[in-house]
Design a protein around this ligand. Structure first.
Ligand code: EPU
Length: 411
């Protein structure tokens, strides 16, 4: 039920998109890797199943701690059943190839936001000496020993950078990655790998220089806070109204998002690991273009669009990363939003009152945008297929309820 302003404090969980590659990095050593601040979301349990299919053991302890032990591996295959439910499973490719000299990974196929090929991962690994074939929907990769190489990505790819960075840590000699992704999650992975004994320079910049090692050791590492969950709660407060404090976050990872929300009138006070958000009385429209980090993230585009339905004026929202990430538009329109899509740009005219309706989630961030729309709508909104939400948000319903929102999970 919409219309209740938010108040109180919310604690941000660990970043899903950092935890997933961090789990895969544990495949690079036979010693235990202990990860803290792991969000207990569905993608994480799927990753634990992927690792278990390879022979690694994952144990979850209270307080978001996970221990991954890949003492010996019994398989080199990431099967279709797991990869189709979570594309990030392809992150086992680099580590398996580096450690076992072989990997068999199902091709993920398209998804609700675009075609999402993995050609750049494969070309880079080929440059490092892997022989790769794609047959019957599976990538078959082999390499006696991967060699360091100079690789320049044609497009910035987050998991591509992560896959190749992990492989390079155990290749022979030096690998240089240019046009690498600078996302905080890539930096987090580099921090874990460094704790495991890897030698990586340039993490967080677009050039990474990696010296390959014969072996890596176990390590303990705390995962960074989830910047997209943080941004989603800023949007929630801006839409619902009220004033909230967001704790255990890292504002420095959200520069473009914070600046953009401020432009629309949202009042944001920053601390080192917390944010105080005050909803504006009048929201202003503002244009946005999604670009790789440090630009405005594609993973905040849908939530931002919901906010812009409540802003005065026309906002132009351009999605430059994925070719089909406007699936939430039709659902927002059903709630009364005025959005016109022209190619990769959506023109949102506001403010339009939103009315609660039955809507369907199509992917993780689209589901979040619909929950936000529900907070700002008159009447009741029912979001179907919330399993998309559970893939990446830890108990978002409970967290919102803790802030005073009228939201419940229907079984
Ligand atoms: N691309 C290629 N070839 C490749 C790889 C990528 O053409 O080999 C293209 C993609 O099709 C896309 C662009 O490059 O158009 C960028 O894709 P990228 O590879 O960076 O995306 P990803 O690594 O598959 C990660 C996140 C996504 C996030 C994107 C962009 C993880 C597990 N996933 O995906 O997160 O949207 O980076 O920042 O880290 C989400 O959490 O909801 C989510 C979708």
């Amino acid at each position: 039920m919409g219309g209740r302003p938010l108040e109180g404090t919310v604690r941000i969980s660990g970043a899903k998109n950092a935890s997933l590659p961090d789990f895969c990095a544990a495949l690079l050593t036979d010693e235990p890797v202990v990860l803290g601040n792991i969000p207990e979301v569905r993608d994480i349990s799927t990753m634990a199943r992927v690792l278990s299919a390879l022979g690694a053991e994952t144990a979850f302890r209270v307080g978001g701690v996970a221990e991954v032990r890949a003492a010996t591996l019994t398989s080199v295959e990431a099967p279709y059943e797991l990869v189709k439910t979570m594309r990030a499973s392809v992150l086992v490719l680099g580590p398996l190839l580096a450690r076992e000299g072989r990997a068999r990974v199902s091709l993920p196929g398209g998804c609700a936001i675009g075609a999402r090929p993995i050609n750049l991962h494969l070309t880079a690994l080929e440059k490092m000496g892997a022989s790769i074939t794609v047959e019957h929907g599976y990538v078959e990769a082999r390499a006696e020993r991967l060699r360091g190489a100079e690789i320049s990505f044609d497009t910035v790819t987050v998991t591509g950078t992560e896959n190749v960075m992990m492989a390079a840590c155990r290749a022979e000699g030096e690998t240089v990655l240019r046009n690498a992704a600078c996302e905080p999650e890539v930096e987090d992975l580099a921090a874990l790998l460094t704790a495991m004994g890897a030698r990586i320079e340039g993490a967080g910049t677009s050039t990474l220089r990696i010296q390959g090692m014969d072996r890596l050791k176990g390590a303990e590492h705390r995962v960074i806070p989830d910047r997209i969950e943080t941004g989603t709660f800023i949007a929630a407060c801006a839409i619902a109204g009220g004033e909230i404090e967001i704790r255990s976050c890292r504002p420095s990872d959200l520069r473009a998002v914070i600046d953009k929300f401020r432009e629309t009138g949202v009042r944001i006070e920053e601390g080192p690991d917390n944010l105080r958000i005050r909803a504006p009385r009048v929201l202003r429209s503002s244009n946005v273009n999604t670009i790789p980090h440090p630009g405005f993230p594609t993973d905040m585009q849908a939530q931002y669009m919901t906010l812009m339905t409540q802003a005065t004026g026309v906002s132009t929202i351009t999605e430059s990363i994925f070719e089909n990430r406007f699936m939430h538009v039709a659902e927002l329109q059903r709630m009364g939003a005025s959005v016109r899509v022209e190619g990769r740009t959506a023109l949102v005219t506001g403010p339009t009152p939103l009315s609660g309706a039955q809507v369907m989630a199509t992917d993780l961030r689209a589901s979040a945008s619909l929950v936000l729309a529900g907070l700002g709508a008159h009447g009741e909104t029912v979001v179907d297929r919330v399993y998309h939400l559970d893939r990446g948000y830890y108990r978002i319903d409970e967290k919102l309820r803790g802030l005073g929102a009228d939201i419940e999970r229907l079984t």
